[in-house]
Design a protein around this ligand. Structure first.
Ligand SMILES: *[C@@H]1O[C@H](CO)[C@@H](O)[C@H](O)[C@H]1NC(C)=O
Ligand SMILES: *[C@@H]1O[C@H](CO)[C@@H](O)[C@H](O)[C@H]1NC(C)=O
Ligand SMILES: *[C@@H]1O[C@H](CO)[C@@H](O)[C@H](O)[C@H]1NC(C)=O
Ligand SMILES: *[C@@H]1O[C@H](CO)[C@@H](O)[C@H](O)[C@H]1NC(C)=O
Length: 372
């Protein structure tokens, strides 16, 4: 026991919880430097916002009047200080995700943006390339990565990672340029199929059948070898039925599944069983008896036997009445007999768990085996 009578474990948990809560508090105020946002993404957000406001201010505030005058006015407006101020006032205000980061970089890059605005030829390059790639050196051109913007690995047809993966750090000044292959592909250039995948005619990699351990095609006859839980039988990997050998404990029953099996606990009323529920018992504890798959008390069994006898007696009684009626009117007796037969069959089949015939057979069988 620790302080305040709390067990040591809870104190430890409390301590860990406080630690986590504490570190959280430190991380929260620093919103602008969200660790997930790369500096390249940040720059992209800024240039996107800049383009947005460039678009918004493209018509300027000059409306109506002399067309020629308007044109010259627009021309002088297009790269004017007025327009830049308008853009900078709006900058980042429309950004929904990472707005704080946008404001931060907008402030950092204010003078560089002015330089671009007044000194770069408007048609020469887009802002992203000039600002993020060339000036701030936060990003790389697409298909390039890392500090030096080295080219990503290409296959002989100039496809990055053979088109089956992405190049680590592509488009940013980060990463090491290794191919991170999509599921099913492997190799330095993602040109090979991963384990348990095979190359299709069109050059993509598809998953092998679940029965295979390596394959040359998609079906269960194209396996190179069989997966665990399957075995080769006339060229095909077939499921091994593990339940055929008794691998579960005696108080469990076995369920065979594709490539595997599971052991489930028997219902508590059973000693051993062959399936789920209280009606799949195969043997019982000494104080109960097996009765149609259920372990019941001897009293319960006797009650069921007695009930069945009563039922049979009722049927015999009805038969007697029908035979008596048949002496008076054969047709009427036949109708009644058919009606009674339907009712009996209906009751026996649907409402009674064990039919009279089953119970009778069971009793005869028990009697026979006892007197052998
Ligand atoms: C390069 O990758 C592309 C896309 O997967 C593929 O079509 C092409 O055949 C590959 N080139 C070579 C030479 O492997
Ligand atoms: C490249 O970086 C990834 C993580 O992004 C890492 O798993 C891998 O080992 C690195 N490869 C090399 C060659 O450094
Ligand atoms: C006996 O077990 C099998 C398999 O678990 C199950 O499908 C069946 O419904 C069970 N029978 C009864 C009467 O519960
Ligand atoms: C025995 O009879 C009772 C009452 O009719 C019934 O609920 C129960 O299912 C029967 N038990 C068996 C094992 O047939």
């Amino acid at each position: 026991m620790g302080i305040f009578g709390m067990p040591k474990k809870s104190l430890l948990l409390l301590f860990i919880f406080c630690e986590l809560a504490g570190s959280n508090k430190i991380a929260v105020p620093d919103k602008s430097a969200s660790p997930k946002l790369s500096s390249c993404r940040r720059c992209k957000i800024l240039t996107d916002s800049f383009k947005h406001w460039l678009d918004k201010t493209s018509r300027g505030k000059y409306e109506g009047g002399d067309a020629a005058w308007e044109e010259t006015k627009l021309k002088s407006y297009s790269r004017s200080e007025i327009r830049l101020t308008e853009i900078q006032e709006g900058l980042c205000s429309e950004v929904k995700l990472h707005q704080d980061a946008c404001y931060a970089i907008a402030e950092e890059a204010e003078q560089v943006l002015e330089k671009w605005w007044f000194h770069q030829d408007p048609g020469s390059e887009d802002l992203y390339t000039w600002l993020c790639i060339e000036t701030l050196k936060e990003c790389c051109p697409s298909k390039h990565f890392g500090n030096e913007c080295a080219p990503c690995p290409l296959n002989e047809s100039n496809e990055v990672c053979s088109g089956h993966g992405r190049c680590d750090g592509a488009g940013t000044r980060q990463g090491n340029g290794t191919c991170i292959c999509k599921k099913g592909y492997s190799g330095e250039l993602c040109e090979d199929c991963a384990k348990n995948f095979y190359k299709t005619k069109v050059g993509s990699c598809d998953k092998c059948d679940k029965s295979c351990n390596g394959c040359s095609g998609g079906d269960d006859s194209s396996c190179i070898s069989c997966n665990t839980g399957w075995q080769l039988q006339s060229g095909v990997c077939v499921d091994v039925n593990e339940c055929e050998t008794s691998i579960c404990t005696s108080k469990q029953y076995c369920i065979n599944t594709d490539g595997s099996y599971s052991c489930q606990e028997c219902e508590t009323s059973c000693l051993t069983c062959s399936g789920e529920g209280p009606a799949n018992c195969t043997s019982c504890d000494p104080d109960t008896v097996l009765w149609f798959g259920m372990c019941v008390s001897p009293d319960q069994k006797q009650k069921n036997v007695t009930e069945t006898y009563k039922r049979i007696a009722q049927y015999v009684g009805l038969l007697t009445i029908v035979m008596y009626m048949a002496q008076k009117s054969t047709i009427f007796a036949s109708i009644v007999a058919v009606f009674i037969a339907i009712v009996i069959v209906y009751l026996e089949k649907t409402t009674l768990r064990n039919s009279s015939i089953d119970v009778t057979m069971q009793i005869l069988q028990e009697f026979y085996s006892q007197h052998q």
